[in-house]
Design a protein around this ligand. Sequence first.
Ligand code: FMN
Length: 331
Amino acid sequence: MADLKTTYLGLELKNPIVVGACDLTADIEKIKQIEAAGAGALVIKSLFEEQIQLESYKMEQSLHENDNLHAEMTSIFPELEHAGPAEHLMWVKKAKEAVSIPVIASLNAVSTDVWLDYAKQLADTGVDGLELNFYAVPSLDNQSAAHIEDAQIAILQAIKSSVSIPVSVKLSPFYTNPAHVITRFDQAGADGVVLFNQLFQSDIDIHKEKQTFAMSLSGEKDHRLPLRFVGLLHGNMTGTLCASTGILNGTGIIQMLLAGAGSVQVVSALYRDKIKAIETMLNDLEQWMDAKGYASLHDFVGKLSRKNLKDPWAYQRSQYVRALLRENPMG
Ligand SMILES: Cc1cc2nc3c(=O)[nH]c(=O)nc-3n(C[C@H](O)[C@H](O)[C@H](O)COP(=O)(O)O)c2cc1C
């Protein structure tokens, strides 16, 4: 039987399937099912600084909403304040205790102080690793790309020097030169990079004439963007490459491994096909490896990366030009 073992962030995983941060990993029963279905590791739903800010703001509001009616209300709850991330931290500890596969916490903060403070508190829960979810949609036109990138690198470096667990970064693809930024994160000490985060986009409901926020599951072609950057970067990184977005079945996993990922994150597949999809994906991977005569992942991870294809144009623009210049590009 094929050996599916791999390493991620220096952690030994029994196979390359990591369940990505989502609502499924915010529920103890589901976490146990994820382990039972055979996942190699899981990432707990992110702790969001803005969620704590919002809760704290709502609590302040409700404590003070009657102030103008009863002056004495202001002094009734003088000591009450929001517990900050305490509830999330307690939940992370429980999740870690519930399963024996590696458990990775995830953090998305705004201010540097909070990144650092929450990162230390998450590390103290006993989790095996920490994923920094650099999900941000820069909307201020007074911040240059260089400024944003430098600030994110500085946050990684500050966190790396204050926690002893491995730290990965989960990035969006929306940098001017993603390969350059990813390499900078790698050189700045990231133990791994997750390519990419799915940025949920704004939409407009024309009937209600309302701006909405669309959350949708990944489709079958969404794996192509991460595949390209995994293929380009394999062999040039110190940390490990973890592919994410659009990996919906065994084929998707095999493609990412051939391109050079050491592991993959899956989320949409589990919403579409339920948690048992992990079993099917593992079976498909094993059967494919047996059919190809591969005994372990080492035999083929990165086989189709740019480095190993020895094609200087692989995964690059000229492939696109070549495709368009074909007589029948569609087919
Ligand atoms: C319901 C839901 C909740 C999510 N919550 C988080 C989260 O808390 N933190 C995070 O980094 N990503 C979160 N994600 C994004 C996923 O981790 C993943 O990056 C994205 O869904 C793309 O992977 P997929 O194509 O396998 O779904 C969430 C996704 C979904 C569908």
